[in-house]
Design a protein around this ligand. Structure first.
Ligand SMILES: [Zn+2]
Length: 290
């Protein structure tokens, strides 16, 4: 399949549009969408809320009932042999109630990827339209590098969503086993379980935020390179939370095919830096056919 690059589009442009192109060499940055991040965060928090509800309804009553078997009344650690069987069946029951995480993960990942990709396309289209005066809609097909990027992001997000209940229950199992053996009282054990729920909630928020910006970075790279834009200018969010190494990249121009030591914008966890499509003077003249 022939790849239609931006320079072909520019060549086909009317002269007035070409002149406008000469003035603005930098396009507007395509930032991650807050709306997508918010939506994704709400979906993942709903998953965590469901998990916590099941734990409160199944695990806590069982631990309360078993308290005489494990809690050290004098507060002195004892090496109690606590029967594991009731807990094993409790964890089994919780697993059954959760069910369907596979389908939930597939559905949410597909939606998150689609929403992120649509945002990148809409914003890139608007940036190029306002700077070059060209509508790139016809070349925004879902094939080639963008398809690879969409597939990779879908897989990453499915794995991350599935890891939420996996890690939650693994942490719960560890904490319950360890603290029962130490003779912890139910009240403290219940607090520890709530704390693990809070940690899981924070992790869900981090996944939503981080994946939204990672997808923005990856989809921008795929779209820009397939349009023939092979360089970008690094732009940080300009606040005090920017990593010093990223701050050092601010304003510098990099090639998509050779990332700086830091990786491309959005590559690091919680990186909010963006890649502004960049045309250098030579390329611009090439674009203009001069
Ligand atoms: Zn950054």
């Amino acid at each position: 399949m022939a790849i239609i690059e931006l320079r072909h589009v520019v060549r086909a442009m009317p002269h007035g549009a070409r002149l406008r192109k000469r003035r603005g060499r930098l396009l507007k940055p395509v930032k991650p969408s807050h709306k997508v991040e918010l939506w994704y965060k709400q979906q993942l928090l709903a998953v965590v809320a469901k998990l916590r509800k099941i734990v409160r309804e199944e695990l806590l009553p069982e631990l309360k009932r078993m308290e005489p078997l494990y809690a050290a009344s004098d507060g002195i650690t004892r090496d109690a042999k606590v029967p594991r069987r009731p807990l094993e069946s409790t964890f089994q029951r919780m697993g059954q109630r959760i069910g369907g995480i596979e389908q939930t993960a597939n559905r949410l990942a597909a939606l998150a990827v689609q929403r992120s990709a649509d945002t990148v396309d809409d914003r890139l289209k608007a940036a190029i339209k306002s700077s070059v005066g060209v509508d790139i809609s016809p070349v925004l097909t879902q094939s080639g590098p963008i398809l690879d990027a969409l597939r990779a992001a879908t897989k990453d997000n499915i794995d991350l969503i599935k890891s939420i209940p996996e890690q939650y229950f693994e942490k719960l199992g560890d904490a319950v086993g360890k603290n029962m053996e130490r003779g912890m009282r139910f009240e403290d054990l219940a607090k520890e379980i709530e704390r693990i729920g809070d940690v899981t909630e924070s992790r869900a928020k981090l996944i939503a935020r981080d994946q939204t910006s990672k997808m923005n970075g990856a989809f921008n790279q795929a779209r820009q390179t397939s349009l023939g834009i092979d360089k970008y200018q690094w732009q940080t969010s300009g606040d005090e939370r920017v990593r010093p190494e990223h701050d050092a990249n601010d304003g510098d121009v990099f090639r998509w095919d050779s990332p700086p030591a830091t990786g491309h914008p959005g590559h690091d966890v919680n990186c909010r830096c963006v890649a502004i499509p960049y045309f250098d003077l030579d390329k611009e003249e090439e674009l203009l056919g001069l």
